[in-house]
Write a protein that binds this ligand. Structure first.
Ligand code: 17E
Ligand code: FE2
Length: 435
């Protein structure tokens, strides 16, 4: 049954940079945005009303890169004490044999609820397919259908232990796509040799030709400046006419390349229309672990890629897993880390960065995204005035709307200060000071 409709008053609609401070009303019919007009100009026509009270009304956040099979496994069977990527991979390999269908579904559902409650409407999850029984994949394929009412979940076949370096690796990738994975993943920098990594990339593109699926691979997630698989990805993207359908995640080696090589690479990435997904929460703790000082930040060149016209997005990557013991499913936490590590704290840069958790990852997923008449009624009212404030405050997602239906709501935190010698609270504040 279609929802009864909705009427949201007094919203600042994204992108606020073009609409200034003006307040708008937004009317929803069924699952579609029917009208947007200056506040007061539209009749609510009996629709249930929400008062945004000047808050930001944004397209839902998008998490383009997370590992839902591994979420909430931190400490199982042990903690990653070195904090390195490799100890994370080895710890996960120890956890994998005890994965069960129910265990994967329960953990992933919990993390998905956290993400949805904080405004995420589209999630692309990698799923490790280096498992002869594909336990996690089968669980998440089922969950993808079961959570459709609250989120659009897409699955990426991810060969964590390599394709050539893992027994039956190619067949497991093919089987994952036959079972219904949406996207082809990869990990060329983890193969035993450079040649194997190049062969892996060619295998991914051959599989894309056979299946018609897009590609989203982990690429060059290392501080080794000699890890250069991204150029092979860009070249195959152009040769196969896959412009706009290829995503490369992490690409942290770009933080270590010399500028001459980085400049050449950025030119071919732009021509190839490859999207780059940075995962700042994980990579600020995983990279630089073999450095003393100066210590590298180990993030891809977010600001420079964006300035060169490349589609750049930001992922959460981990929520309490062997790679990252922290995290709470907040894309605004991930974005806050991105603007710090990339030093995107200029006024316009904060607004630009916001696109990296909304418009840009949606473009990479080939999904129309935005708050416009005629588009699906998917949006979030955040408890803040604009995108820069969303980055600063990481505010409550007051209402999360999907297909015209409220799928999550959160009361913003309020604090009361008790002064000495007074029996009545004298100030009533919202931490951070917005609104
Ligand atoms: N696997 C990997 O190869 N890299 C990561 N950052 C995570 C899983 C979280
Ligand atoms: Fe990842």
């Amino acid at each position: 049954m279609a929802p009864a409709g909705l009427f949201v008053r007094n919203a600042r609609i994204h992108p606020t940079t073009s609409t200034g401070e003006a307040l708008s009303d937004l009317a929803v019919d069924g699952d579609t945005i029917a009208a947007i007009a200056p506040a007061g100009a539209l009749p609510p026509d009996g629709r249930p009303e929400l008062d945004a009270a000047g808050c930001l009304l944004s397209p839902p956040l998008v998490d383009p890169h997370v590992h839902m099979d591994a979420v909430l496994t931190v400490g199982e069977p042990r903690y990653n004490e070195s904090g390195t990527l490799i100890e994370g991979i080895f710890t996960w390999a120890e956890r994998k044999p005890s994965l069960t269908h129910a265990d994967v579904k329960a953990r992933a559902l919990e993390a998905i609820r956290w993400e949805v409650a904080q405004g995420t409407g589209l999630i692309r999850s990698h799923v490790d397919v280096c498992d002869p029984n594909l336990v996690a994949l089968k669980a998440l394929l089922e969950l993808r259908e079961e959570v459709r009412d609250i989120v659009d979940l897409r699955l990426i076949a991810f060969p964590q232990d390599g394709i050539l370096s893992f027994p039956n690796g190619k067949e497991l990738m093919r089987e994952a796509m036959r079972l219904g994975c949406d996207v082809i993943g990869g990990i060329p920098h983890y193969e035993w040799t450079r040649d194997d990594g190049v062969e892996e990339v060619h295998f991914l593109f051959d599989l894309a030709r056979e299946t018609g699926a897009p590609i989203d691979l982990h690429c060059d997630e290392t501080d080794d400046e000699q890890s250069r698989f991204l150029e092979v990805v860009a070249a195959r993207t152009m040769r196969d006419g896959m412009e706009g359908r290829v995503v490369a995640g992490h690409t942290t080696a770009m933080g270590s390349y010399n500028d001459n090589y980085a400049f050449k690479l950025i030119q071919i990435l732009r021509r190839a229309g490859v999207t780059i997904v940075a995962n700042p929460l994980d990579n600020i703790v995983l990279q630089g672990r073999f450095d003393t000082y100066p210590k590298r930040r180990g993030m891809t060149r977010v600001k420079e890629l964006d300035a060169a016209g490349i589609n750049v997005a930001c992922g959460h990557d981990s929520i309490m897993d062997p790679w990252y013991p922290l995290g709470r499913g907040s894309m605004l936490d991930a974005l806050s880390m991105l603007v710090h590590v990339a030093q995107m704290t200029g006024r316009a840069e904060l607004f630009r960065a916001y696109e990296m958790v909304t418009t840009n990852p949606a473009r990479a997923a080939e999904v129309p995204w935005g708050v416009k008449e005629g588009l699906p009624a998917n949006f979030v009212v955040f408890d803040c005035a604009d995108e820069a404030e969303a980055v600063r405050l990481r505010p409550a997602a007051r209402w999360v709307v999907r297909g015209g239906r409220i799928v999550a709501e959160t009361e913003p935190a309020r604090s009361v200060i008790h002064r000495a010698g007074s029996t009545t609270p004298v100030s009533f504040i919202k931490p951070g000071g917005a609104g």
